[in-house]
Design a protein around this ligand. Structure first.
Ligand code: ADP
Ligand code: F6P
Length: 320
């Protein structure tokens, strides 16, 4: 029977991680479990840095971005000996199960620990929305709100100067943040890993928008890692009637107070994680599908193909 659980946040932080820590802590305490907060992800676990969580340890954090536990990346965590050391620290402290809040890399770590006898449950904490076992990840909605607010502002100044704003958004190798931003802002174009990048096509479309549609501005949303946005902005200035300007939104997308949708999602998922551990289940991750909180084996979530966004890309095209 599980008596003491640990909770950690790992990989890139995401708004709503604190809400998830709070939920895990409060639900576990209310069920008579002890809870330990582990600092800085697997790095803190390796160094044995943790604190006993009380009800008050998670007071006033629901509305705060970031993670009170800190997050880190520890590439060496893939190694057997490092994982074994982490397990020693858990055992020394009597911790028999763990909630890992992070992305797919963190899930792989959670699966490795489960295989070595420590039941772990993964919660999808990442702004990228790139976890196949869940329609949504904790932090995505807040990051999307930030992107939309920024792009709306860029549109104002772009219109005044007959400019084309190239806006780079995060997402790692997933185009969701770019696509949802593009639809929500009525962007002229969206470039993601799913659409691919064709420079001539972009320039041709912008010339058409300028000469035939007489647009005062154009907004192109670009997923990070698909093309060099500064170079594209120069090409636009040289080859179309718009002056091109690139804006990289960067880490601003990772901060800020989580939206109510992210607070709800994190609270519901945290509860589910504790329930699973109390049922003696490990190696699973929590997701939301059709507004139901679900769980599935991490191995299955990691292998599933990414959700198809064909319908949303079609919508984007049809809205233009
Ligand atoms: P995210 O969890 O957001 O995808 P990363 O991919 O950076 O972020 O992974 C976070 C951490 O998870 C890594 O720094 C590492 O400690 C751990 N991790 C990643 N991949 C593995 C793996 N294959 N096996 C064990 N641990 C891993
Ligand atoms: O996974 C979240 C994320 O913000 C990605 O969108 C981005 O590619 C990456 O992390 C950035 O990582 P770092 O904070 O290490 O620059």
């Amino acid at each position: 029977m599980v008596r003491k659980i640990g909770v950690l946040t790992s990989g890139g932080d995401a708004p709503g991680m604190n809400a998830a820590i709070r939920s895990v802590t409060r639900v576990a305490l209310n069920n008579g479990l002890e809870v330990y907060g582990i600092y800085d992800g697997y790095k803190g676990l390796l160094e044995g840095r943790m604190m006993k969580m009380e009800r008050s340890s998670v007071s006033d954090i629901l509305s705060r971005g970031g993670t009170i536990l800190g997050s880190a990346r520890l590439p060496e965590f893939k190694e057997d000996e490092i994982q074994d050391k982490c397990i020693e620290h858990l055992k020394e402290n009597g911790i028999d199960a763990l909630v890992v809040i992070g992305g797919d890399g963190s899930y792989r770590g959670a699966l490795a620990l489960t295989k070595k006898g420590i039941n772990c449950i993964g919660l999808p904490g990442t702004i990228d929305n790139d976890i196949s076992g869940s329609d949504l990840t904790i932090g995505f909605d807040t990051a999307l709100n930030t992107c939309v607010e920024c792009v709306d502002k860029l549109r104002d100044t772009s219109s005044s100067h007959h400019r084309c704003s190239i806006v780079e958004v995060m997402g790692n190798h997933c185009g969701d943040l770019a696509l949802y931003t593009a639809i929500s802002c009525g962007a002229e174009m969206v470039i993601t890993p799913e659409t691919g990048y064709d420079e001539l096509e972009v320039l041709e479309k912008l010339r058409y928008l300028d000469n035939a549609v007489h647009k005062s501005h154009a907004i192109v949303i670009v997923s990070e890692k698909t093309t060099d946005v500064q170079a594209l902005a120069s090409k636009i200035s040289q080859n179309t009637g718009f002056s091109g300007r690139a804006t990289v939104l960067g880490h601003i997308q990772r901060g800020g107070s989580p939206t109510p949708a992210d607070r709800m999602l994190a609270s519901r998922m945290g509860e589910k994680a504790v329930d699973l551990l109390m049922d003696g289940i490990g190696g699973h991750c929590v997701g939301i599908m059709e507004n139901e909180i679900i769980s599935l084996p991490i191995a299955e979530a990691l292998e599933r193909p990414r959700k198809s966004r064909k319908k949303l890309y079609r919508l984007f095209d049809r809205l233009y």
